[in-house]
Design a binder for this molecule. Structure first.
Ligand code: MG
Length: 175
Protein backbone atom coordinates (compact mmCIF):
# COMPACT_ATOMS: atom_id res chain seq x y z
CA UNK A 1 0.00 0.00 0.00
CA UNK A 2 1.15 3.52 -0.78
CA UNK A 3 2.24 5.57 2.17
CA UNK A 4 -0.06 8.49 3.02
CA UNK A 5 1.52 11.86 2.18
CA UNK A 6 -1.44 14.15 1.65
CA UNK A 7 -3.41 15.09 4.75
CA UNK A 8 -6.55 17.11 5.35
CA UNK A 9 -6.38 20.29 7.44
CA UNK A 10 -7.99 18.47 10.38
CA UNK A 11 -5.44 15.65 10.12
CA UNK A 12 -2.50 18.09 9.87
CA UNK A 13 -3.79 19.96 12.89
CA UNK A 14 -4.17 16.75 14.93
CA UNK A 15 -0.72 15.47 13.95
CA UNK A 16 0.87 18.82 14.86
CA UNK A 17 -0.87 18.93 18.24
CA UNK A 18 0.27 15.37 18.96
CA UNK A 19 3.91 16.02 18.04
CA UNK A 20 4.07 19.33 19.91
CA UNK A 21 2.61 17.68 23.02
CA UNK A 22 5.21 14.92 22.73
CA UNK A 23 7.87 17.65 22.86
CA UNK A 24 6.28 19.36 25.87
CA UNK A 25 4.52 22.18 24.01
CA UNK A 26 0.83 22.89 24.65
CA UNK A 27 -1.11 25.16 22.30
CA UNK A 28 -2.04 27.39 25.24
CA UNK A 29 1.65 28.10 25.86
CA UNK A 30 2.04 29.34 22.26
CA UNK A 31 -1.17 31.40 22.50
CA UNK A 32 0.12 32.88 25.77
CA UNK A 33 3.10 34.43 23.93
CA UNK A 34 0.86 35.85 21.20
CA UNK A 35 -1.48 37.21 23.86
CA UNK A 36 1.29 38.98 25.79
CA UNK A 37 2.81 40.40 22.63
CA UNK A 38 -0.50 41.83 21.38
CA UNK A 39 -1.73 43.06 24.76
CA UNK A 40 1.09 45.62 24.62
CA UNK A 41 -0.67 47.24 21.65
CA UNK A 42 -4.31 46.18 22.06
CA UNK A 43 -5.36 46.27 25.72
CA UNK A 44 -8.65 44.39 25.18
CA UNK A 45 -7.19 41.54 23.12
CA UNK A 46 -8.74 38.17 23.98
CA UNK A 47 -6.79 35.03 24.78
CA UNK A 48 -9.40 32.98 22.90
CA UNK A 49 -8.68 34.79 19.62
CA UNK A 50 -4.96 34.14 20.15
CA UNK A 51 -5.59 30.44 20.75
CA UNK A 52 -7.90 30.26 17.73
CA UNK A 53 -5.13 31.82 15.59
CA UNK A 54 -2.59 29.27 16.83
CA UNK A 55 -5.03 26.46 15.95
CA UNK A 56 -5.66 27.90 12.49
CA UNK A 57 -1.92 28.16 11.77
CA UNK A 58 -1.34 24.57 12.88
CA UNK A 59 -3.73 23.34 10.18
CA UNK A 60 -1.80 24.99 7.32
CA UNK A 61 0.22 22.74 5.02
CA UNK A 62 3.47 24.78 5.05
CA UNK A 63 3.43 24.98 8.82
CA UNK A 64 2.58 21.29 9.09
CA UNK A 65 5.67 20.39 7.08
CA UNK A 66 7.88 22.74 9.10
CA UNK A 67 6.62 21.51 12.48
CA UNK A 68 6.98 17.86 11.49
CA UNK A 69 10.44 18.31 9.96
CA UNK A 70 11.80 20.58 12.71
CA UNK A 71 10.74 18.20 15.47
CA UNK A 72 12.26 15.23 13.63
CA UNK A 73 15.58 17.04 13.20
CA UNK A 74 15.60 17.82 16.94
CA UNK A 75 14.68 14.24 17.87
CA UNK A 76 17.33 12.75 15.58
CA UNK A 77 19.91 15.19 16.95
CA UNK A 78 19.04 13.97 20.47
CA UNK A 79 19.70 10.43 19.28
CA UNK A 80 22.99 11.41 17.64
CA UNK A 81 21.84 10.24 14.19
CA UNK A 82 23.53 12.98 12.14
CA UNK A 83 27.21 12.95 11.30
CA UNK A 84 29.65 15.43 12.77
CA UNK A 85 30.28 18.30 12.48
CA UNK A 86 26.58 19.18 11.87
CA UNK A 87 25.47 16.78 14.65
CA UNK A 88 27.58 18.66 17.23
CA UNK A 89 26.66 22.08 15.86
CA UNK A 90 22.92 21.35 16.10
CA UNK A 91 23.25 19.68 19.51
CA UNK A 92 25.21 22.69 20.83
CA UNK A 93 22.40 24.96 19.52
CA UNK A 94 25.06 27.37 18.42
CA UNK A 95 23.88 30.99 18.27
CA UNK A 96 25.56 31.45 14.91
CA UNK A 97 23.90 28.38 13.33
CA UNK A 98 21.02 30.48 11.98
CA UNK A 99 19.11 27.87 9.95
CA UNK A 100 16.56 27.51 12.75
CA UNK A 101 15.95 31.28 12.58
CA UNK A 102 15.63 31.12 8.78
CA UNK A 103 12.83 28.59 9.24
CA UNK A 104 11.24 30.79 11.90
CA UNK A 105 11.38 33.76 9.55
CA UNK A 106 9.83 31.70 6.75
CA UNK A 107 6.84 31.01 9.00
CA UNK A 108 6.57 34.63 10.18
CA UNK A 109 6.94 35.94 6.61
CA UNK A 110 3.41 34.80 5.83
CA UNK A 111 2.35 37.75 7.99
CA UNK A 112 4.55 40.34 6.32
CA UNK A 113 7.02 42.77 7.85
CA UNK A 114 5.09 42.94 11.13
CA UNK A 115 5.11 39.16 11.38
CA UNK A 116 8.87 39.18 10.97
CA UNK A 117 9.52 41.93 13.52
CA UNK A 118 7.18 40.14 15.95
CA UNK A 119 9.27 37.01 15.46
CA UNK A 120 12.47 39.01 16.05
CA UNK A 121 11.01 40.30 19.33
CA UNK A 122 10.21 36.76 20.50
CA UNK A 123 13.57 35.42 19.29
CA UNK A 124 15.47 38.06 21.28
CA UNK A 125 13.32 38.24 24.43
CA UNK A 126 12.39 34.54 24.62
CA UNK A 127 9.09 34.67 26.49
CA UNK A 128 7.48 31.67 28.24
CA UNK A 129 7.75 28.30 26.50
CA UNK A 130 10.42 29.63 24.08
CA UNK A 131 12.78 30.28 27.04
CA UNK A 132 11.98 26.86 28.48
CA UNK A 133 12.70 25.05 25.20
CA UNK A 134 15.85 27.08 24.71
CA UNK A 135 17.27 26.36 28.16
CA UNK A 136 16.10 22.71 28.28
CA UNK A 137 17.99 21.99 25.06
CA UNK A 138 21.23 23.80 25.89
CA UNK A 139 24.53 22.49 27.28
CA UNK A 140 25.08 18.86 28.26
CA UNK A 141 21.37 18.04 28.59
CA UNK A 142 20.10 15.13 26.48
CA UNK A 143 17.26 17.21 25.00
CA UNK A 144 17.55 19.19 21.78
CA UNK A 145 15.13 21.95 20.77
CA UNK A 146 17.33 23.81 18.30
CA UNK A 147 14.56 24.02 15.70
CA UNK A 148 11.47 23.81 17.87
CA UNK A 149 12.09 26.97 19.92
CA UNK A 150 12.17 29.04 16.71
CA UNK A 151 9.21 27.25 15.15
CA UNK A 152 7.13 27.78 18.30
CA UNK A 153 8.27 31.43 18.50
CA UNK A 154 7.36 31.96 14.85
CA UNK A 155 3.91 30.41 15.22
CA UNK A 156 3.32 32.68 18.22
CA UNK A 157 4.50 35.71 16.16
CA UNK A 158 2.28 34.75 13.22
CA UNK A 159 -0.70 34.21 15.55
CA UNK A 160 -0.07 37.54 17.24
CA UNK A 161 0.09 39.33 13.87
CA UNK A 162 -3.06 37.58 12.67
CA UNK A 163 -4.85 38.79 15.81
CA UNK A 164 -3.70 42.36 15.09
CA UNK A 165 -5.12 42.05 11.57
CA UNK A 166 -8.45 40.74 12.87
CA UNK A 167 -8.67 43.59 15.39
CA UNK A 168 -7.86 46.19 12.69
CA UNK A 169 -10.56 44.74 10.47
CA UNK A 170 -13.09 44.93 13.29
CA UNK A 171 -12.08 48.54 13.99
CA UNK A 172 -12.44 49.46 10.31
CA UNK A 173 -16.01 48.14 10.30
CA UNK A 174 -16.90 50.13 13.39
CA UNK A 175 -15.61 53.46 12.04
MG1 MG B 1 16.83 27.69 17.89
Amino acid sequence: MDKKVIFSREEMYELNVERLKERGVELEAIAEIAYHQQSRYIPNVSFEVCLESVKKLLSLRDIFHIVQLGIEIDRMTEQGLFRSPIQDIMKADLGMFGIDEIIGLAVAQNYGAIGQTNFGDIDVNKPGIVAKLNSDGKGDKPECHTFLDDIVGAIAAAASTRVAQIMSEELAHKE
